[in-house]
Ligand binder design. Structure first.
Ligand code: ADP
Ligand code: MG
Length: 332
């Protein structure tokens, strides 16, 4: 199978909303009046972002999910994406599973594959997504990192730390019982982009970011962009680790015994969570709850924004914890 058959077979589909899809030199999108295009790219590199033996179906899912997560963080509605793929050779079973995982998530979000590039080379996947954000009375409705205000509440969606727990187990750094590993592994391999929550938070959240590199590191970007500081209740974040809640529900049966410190590190610096971290004024607490309900996404208040720059971490007793939770940096 050659390059063009491969594209036609696995990646070319009937065009839906785009003006022109796969097959010409460019795809064409026609943005509606009073909308902005939100655009984001994410690359997945073998050995860096995924392991060689990963299930290609989940890899297809994750490659798009991490991009949709960026749209979610901006409150953008997914429209379309392009796929640049470098493959060592044509493995049809691999391509079939990869494209199924990819396109199933694309269909679930009405996000169509409109183009890309295919070359031979080391396995590498780069996706660019396009989403739309309304502009109302000249004001963009996009959620940005820069909008957090002193006094705002700080919230996080969903669960934290489970992806990192699974990664550490797969790398042999710790041992997990099979059923726990299977659960944590779904968070690592098939993260849920919080698109519906991002849309519901337009006009409610004052700032937002998605958690890819670790909660505290990503929060640091919000604080820096907004010129504010924050207090984070570390032990509330730790309670959001699904694996920990699962273990607490059946004490001692599972033979893993992490220290408080290890649990905190998973929640605060684990990474690969693809949850939304966002701020909103206390007056909009009800609106945040309504957005969580409408999008069927759990949301937890984990702290507060203040005017003084810096990040303060508190434990469950209100004691200050030292912040040594480094987040992921490819070149650090
Ligand atoms: P060009 O050489 O003009 O860049 P290509 O021959 O690389 O075009 O690609 C042919 C068509 O197939 C283009 O419309 C391109 O967007 C699309 N395409 C290439 N690779 C992929 C892919 N992996 N997924 C979806 N579309 C692709
Ligand atoms: Mg090309």
């Amino acid at each position: 199978m050659g390059e063009f058959d491969l594209i036609a077979h696995y990646f070319k589909r009937p065009v839906r909303r785009a003006a022109l899809g796969v097959g010409d030199d460019c795809a064409l999108l026609q943005p509606k009046a009073d909308t902005q295009l939100a655009i984001s790219s994410d690359m997945l590199v073998l050995g860096r972002h995924f392991l060689a033996d990963v299930d290609p179906r989940t890899l297809g899912h994750k490659a798009l999910a991490v991009n949709l997560s960026d749209l979610a963080a901006c409150g953008a509605k997914p429209l379309a994406f392009t796929l640049a793929l470098s493959l060592p050779h044509v493995d049809e079973a691999w391509l079939a599973a990869f494209s199924q995982g990819l396109l199933a998530l694309a269909d679930a979000h009405g996000c169509e594959l409109i183009g890309g590039d295919t070359t031979a080379g080391p396995l590498n996947i780069c996706i660019t997504v396009f989403g739309e954000v309304p502009v109302t009375r000249g004001q963009s409705q996009a959620l940005l990192r820069s909008g957090a205000q002193a006094g705002d509440d700080l919230y996080v969606s969903g669960t934290l730390g489970d992806a990192r727990l699974a990664l550490d187990a797969l790398l042999g750094k710790l041992k997990l019982p099979d059923d726990l590993l299977a659960r944590a592994r779904t968070r690592l391999e098939t993260p849920t982009p919080r698109v519906a929550l991002g849309l519901a938070l337009r006009g409610v959240a004052s700032s937002a970011i998605d958690i890819s590199d670790g909660l505290l590191g990503d929060l640091g970007h919000v604080l820096q962009s907004s010129g504010v500081g924050a207090t984070v209740m570390a032990d509330i974040a730790t309670e959001l680790i699904a694996a920990r809640a699962y273990l607490t529900g059946a004490t001692g049966q599972f033979g893993i015994n992490l220290s408080n410190e290890q649990w905190r590190t998973l929640a605060l610096a684990g990474g690969d969570d693809y949850e939304l971290l966002f701020t909103a004024p206390p007056a909009l607490q009800g609106a945040v709850a309504a957005a969580a309900q409408a999008s069927q996404t759990p949301v937890t208040r984990i702290g507060q924004i203040h005017a003084t720059p810096g990040l303060q971490l508190l434990d469950r007793h209100g004691q200050t914890l030292e912040n040594h939770y480094a987040s992921f940096d490819h070149f650090a």
